[in-house]
Write a protein that binds this ligand. Sequence first.
Ligand SMILES: Cc1cc2nc3c(=O)[nH]c(=O)nc-3n(C[C@H](O)[C@H](O)[C@H](O)COP(=O)(O)OP(=O)(O)OC[C@H]3O[C@@H](n4cnc5c(N)ncnc54)[C@H](O)[C@@H]3O)c2cc1C
Length: 281
Amino acid sequence: MGLKEALILRIAKRWIAGTRLEDAIKDAKKANSRGVGAVINYLGEDITEDSVAESHTNEYLRLQNEIHNQGIRGCVSLKLTQLGLILDREKARRRLEKIVENGAKLKQYVWIDMEGSKFTDVTLYLYLAVLESYGNTGVALQAYLRRTQDDMERIISKGGMVRLVKGAYRESSEIAFSKRTEIRKNYEKLMERLFSSGIYFAVATHDKHLIDRAIELSKEKKEGFEFELLKGIREELKDELVSSGYTVSEYLPYGENWYPYSKRRIYEHPSNIMLLIRSLI
Ligand SMILES: Cc1cc2nc3c(=O)[nH]c(=O)nc-3n(C[C@H](O)[C@H](O)[C@H](O)COP(=O)(O)OP(=O)(O)OC[C@H]3O[C@@H](n4cnc5c(N)ncnc54)[C@H](O)[C@@H]3O)c2cc1C
């Protein structure tokens, strides 16, 4: 491990459950004991070897079974490029179906993370294809993309399930809003639409303004949606939301492939750059 990676790992530990499935299960139990559900992600993306995509698929099946066997309130969240999307779309689809089918059998949701914009079309295509046979699946939509309102309407019309996030990848201003104020404004507009949509959805943000707005919009009814937050960020808020009667889940990543995820977390928030600098002193 190089020096840069070693430094990032020191900070990243707060966002990651550990390297093994057992670590994730342990964290999921801790979350459950606070009244928080667990959305567990096995870290990995951009897989370019078929055998690795196959082993990631098997890890998710094992994870789903373990969630069930250990009586955990939780489910998995995966990336399609870890199921081999870059190599073979149809194979990735079959692997996704296998995981979603297992989830249906165990009465668990399966969330699909949204990756960089070159994968948006194919992710939605595969999501909607699988949704036709299985209702227990949802997909993340990114408020920074200008196209998201249309994508969301498509999913609403098919009775899908949406996790609304701001978006974590570098995108060009042609296709994405780049100012924080614009992204927040679009998020708010999309979230308002979700509240009137009738589909199940997740408000996945740590942004106080947006969470307050969600609370305002849910005055009448605290059901039909959940708050989802990342492990290691705004812990006190999770407890506050639970004690106010909201459904809250924590996104818990684990695995050896922690670097790309941790880099995104570090660069999206300036205070983490300061932590990184301080860890050098
Ligand atoms: C459950 C969940 C699932 C996600 N899934 C996806 C996905 O599939 N695809 C995708 O592109 N993105 C995903 N994201 C990431 C998302 O797109 C944002 O990059 C991330 O949530 C930060 O944006 P924010 O909405 O919290 O707002 P921000 O404006 O970035 O943050 C609001 C406040 O939250 C705190 N905060 C936020 N991030 C950090 C951090 N890294 N370190 C320390 N404090 C922080 C700070 O107090 C900050 O002021 C997901 C996020 C969540 C919560």
